[in-house]
Design a binder for this molecule. Structure first.
Ligand SMILES: [Ca+2]
Length: 116
């Protein structure tokens, strides 16, 4: 399977490479949210040497720009947080490692909603 890229086309989300791999007409909110998670990861990963992974700087940029209300990491904690998320210790967060963070944040939001 070729590497794809999600993009919006009217009410359709397309994952394209040389050919269309998948499309969603009128995606549901959850489908659109999943596409946004993938797009956000790819946008920030594409800025470095490895487009399939986030280095520490790319992760911090992603958190600062995409999740500023949920994740504010003090400078002295950046290395510790990155190391905690980098499960295989290769100094790069692949999508699965990044999604661990997204899942934890979703769980946190769920807990907050239950308290109200
Ligand atoms: Ca890793």
């Amino acid at each position: 399977m070729r590497e794809g890229r999600w993009r919006h086309a009217g009410n359709t989300l397309l994952c394209t490479g040389r050919r269309v791999l998948a499309s969603m007409d009128n995606p549901t909110a959850l489908e659109a949210a999943l596409a946004v998670i993938v797009l956000s990861f790819k946008k920030h990963a594409a800025k470095g040497k490895d487009p399939k992974g986030l280095n520490q700087e790319e992760l911090m940029n992603l958190l600062n720009t995409e999740l500023p209300h949920l994740m504010q990491i003090p400078p002295e904690e950046k290395e510790k947080v990155f190391a905690m998320l980098d499960k295989d210790g290769n100094k790069s967060l692949d999508f699965a490692e990044f999604f661990g963070l997204v899942g934890a944040l979703a769980h946190m939001c769920n807990c907050l909603f239950q308290e109200k």
